[in-house]
Design a protein around this ligand. Sequence first.
Ligand code: MLT
Ligand code: MN
Ligand code: ZN
Length: 298
Amino acid sequence: MLVLTLGTAAGGGVPQWNCACPGCSGARAHPDRRRSHDSLAVLGSGQSSWFLINAGPDITEQMEAHPELRPGAGGERTPLVRILLTDAELDHTLGLLRLREAHHLEIFATAPVRQALRQRLALDTVLTPYTSITWHDLPPAGQTPAVTAGIEVSAVPLSTKRPRYASDALEDDSWVVAARLHDPAGGTTALYAPALAVWTEGFAKEAAGADCVFVDGTFWDDEEPRRLGISARTSTGMGHLPVDGPGGTAGWLAELSARCLYTHLNNTNPLVDPSAPQHGVLAERGLEVAQDGMVIEL
Ligand code: MLT
Ligand code: MN
Ligand code: ZN
């Protein structure tokens, strides 16, 4: 299986249009530090079509940036786009509207995520005059998985955190999930968890058996959002375990045999500066920070 990191930033991207923090200013001065919204493209062994995980507001530029995701020669348009969603947050779903030129969209998501997109964001009403949509369930890991483009896909339930536009919707632990991707031909497994609120037993078990794990790297430490004045809540309070410190994900990830990469970096995270000493701290533990445009072969 091939995994291509189309983007690695949290909501707003790096730089974020309305921000001049050191991370955002640094990315304006050094374009190689720019990060677009976190998203993956995945290709199964022996397959010819890619599918996407999450569709942020820059999804079409992200695909256009990679020749392997462009339509083939001969003037054929990409007839079908398959997208798997880890949650219903705007930074992972606004791009669905930008895919309206597709002939057909196949969307894999858990029940609460589908309901939020269909009932609250009225995606069927808005998109159906332009394209057609087939909604598929993303079953819990351990049950019979869905299969898309040759990859077995399932959901590891992570948290009940609902998007702000659906904050009054019913609680359900599959509002936010990790995507589990298993390539039966290659025998490899990847996990994608850009929003990890709790290190659950279920996630720990799946991570222990995975070859590659992408994890929430929104904030470096728990106080970062409060210290920088972007929220009254801690990182954990915002539904994102911090990388470092007590309860931070680095300690857990260092125990895994999988290749581990942080993604969904907020512009306040010191890791957006490649010269930050925090990179050394992670390297000592064998952990990586994902960059936009990495190709990982599993
Ligand atoms: C998150 O990652 O917590 C959400 O995307 C927050 C948001 O942008 O509303
Ligand atoms: Mn987000
Ligand atoms: Zn900023």
